[in-house]
Design a protein around this ligand. Structure first.
Ligand SMILES: Cc1cc2nc3c(=O)[nH]c(=O)nc-3n(C[C@H](O)[C@H](O)[C@H](O)COP(=O)(O)O)c2cc1C
Length: 166
């Protein structure tokens, strides 16, 4: 919910006060109220702004920094310009959800573009998107053998049984 180094410093102090030493910056949020203000995935089609933000953050960070990102805001090709920017910083890991923001959470994940881009990144990459079962997991691992791991969101929630404890 921020795109200024002051926002980061405020949040970093809060994290450190609770003992957290890693911060994940979410460049994937697709909601128009967020992207329209140049936040979340709204930074992905503004490489210069993103570069400035990361430069400022890494110059003051006392925490390890990881990123969560999509392949773009409006177009998959936006990621091409982001690769050299991301490679310029000591990012702990990058979680990639291979949709663009205008897809929200629907349509297809773009595995072709993911495969084209992820090996060009210096940071370890985590794949995220539409993994609901073991077969889908092994399919991704088979196609993208250099990923460090996967992140599963809705696939876990779909299987979760909410049990009320009395
Ligand atoms: C309703 C909703 C809210 C989400 N909120 C967040 C969030 O606050 N931070 C975040 O990093 N990702 C958020 N995500 C994205 C998920 O972390 C994940 O990237 C997305 O659901 C795709 O992975 P999946 O197909 O395994 O669910 C949200 C997703 C949904 C559907």
């Amino acid at each position: 919910m921020g795109n200024k180094v002051e926002d980061f410093l405020y949040f970093q102090d809060l994290c450190l006060s609770y003992g957290y030493e890693e911060i994940n910056i979410n460049l994937g949020c697709p909601f128009s109220l967020v992207t329209g203000r140049g936040l979340g995935a709204g930074l992905l089609d503004k490489p210069d702004e993103l570069n400035n933000l990361l430069t400022n953050i890494f110059s003051v960070s006392k925490c390890s920094i990881s990123l969560k990102t999509r392949l773009g805001n409006l177009d998959f090709d936006e990621f091409e310009k982001l690769i050299p920017i991301f490679n310029n910083f000591p990012i702990l890991e990058i979680i990639i959800h291979p949709r663009i923001a205008k897809q929200m959470y629907g349509g297809e994940v773009n595995i072709t573009k993911f495969k084209e881009y992820y090996t060009k990144l210096n940071a370890p990459v985590i794949y995220n998107g539409d993994i609901d079962n073991f077969i889908q997991y092994t399919n991704i691992k088979a196609q993208c053998s250099d990923i460090k791991g996967v992140m599963i969101g809705r696939g876990v929630l779909k299987r979760f049984k909410f049990i009320r404890q009395n």
